[in-house]
Design a protein around this ligand. Structure first.
Ligand SMILES: Nc1nc2c(ncn2[C@@H]2O[C@H](COP(=O)(O)OP(=O)(O)OP(=O)(O)O)[C@@H](O)[C@H]2O)c(=O)[nH]1
Ligand SMILES: [Mg+2]
Length: 206
């Protein structure tokens, strides 16, 4: 009998172990409408193998979910995505991706608990799905940045035009990204971290 292969599989991978230097952990949620790339972003940036709850899309969604622009999409998040990224030796972010399909939005309440901030992912082909999401964050008082995910056939609007279409205050950062690229997804998270830091400094000063 060959025990070697099973022995090798035992224990966490070195990249899964939390660095001993980590002193602060922050919860960040990744939100956005259906199929905007939330699972893709968590997967591209996470240093641990991301946990996802993807399920095959079924007939139940026909006529309910707007699949325009993402016709080739075959699976959807039903509970959440989970990933982790170390920003530096001390600071670790825990990422929680929400489900995009409206019928799973009741799960949002729990996912937002204890979150320091959020990233709203936006697909310019379907801006309207972002209105509700942004409204919900504003209601809950969760600070957020907006990341415009770069789909190839998406109309190319200047960011300031998108800001006014989304009715965002001038203070809310809005950036372009490609959720499939690790560096780009990481930049989005860094934008959020800088924004949260500025907010904290301004609040302290007032
Ligand atoms: N071209 C391009 N395609 C992308 C990008 N991000 C995601 N996709 C594709 O878009 C589809 C949807 O991505 P997901 O990450 O599943 O989107 P989601 O927001 O998690 O979707 P739900 O959980 O169903 O709401 C997938 O087929 C991705 O491969 C991107 O930046 N560019
Ligand atoms: Mg998803």
């Amino acid at each position: 009998m060959d025990f070697k292969s099973s022995e090798q599989a035992v224990g966490p991978r070195s990249e899964d172990v939390l660095p001993t230097t980590a002193t602060a952990a922050v919860k960040v949620v990744i939100v956005g409408g259906f199929g905007v790339g939330k699972t893709t972003l968590v997967g591209s940036v996470s240093e641990i193998r991301p946990l996802t709850t993807e399920e095959t899309m079924t007939q139940a969604g026909v006529g309910v979910d707007d699949t325009q622009g993402v016709e080739r999409k075959t699976s959807t998040t039903v509970a959440m995505d989970f990933g982790r990224i170390s920003i530096n030796e001390e600071l670790v972010l825990y990422l929680f991706g929400t489900p995009g399909q409206e019928r799973f939005w009741f799960l949002w309440r729990g996912l937002f608990e204890g979150a320091l901030g959020a990233v709203v992912l936006v697909d310019t082909r379907r801006l309207e799905v972002s209105f509700d999401v942004i409204g919900r964050l504003e209601e809950r008082g969760v600070p957020f940045v907006v990341a415009v995910n770069n789909f190839p056939d998406a109309p190319d609007h200047p960011l300031e035009e998108l800001r006014s279409a989304l009715d965002l205050p001038a203070s809310v950062p809005i950036v372009l990204c490609d959720a499939r690229q690790r560096g780009s997804s990481r930049d989005v998270l860094m934008t959020l971290m800088r924004y949260l830091q500025n907010l904290a400094t301004t609040q302290e000063a007032s």
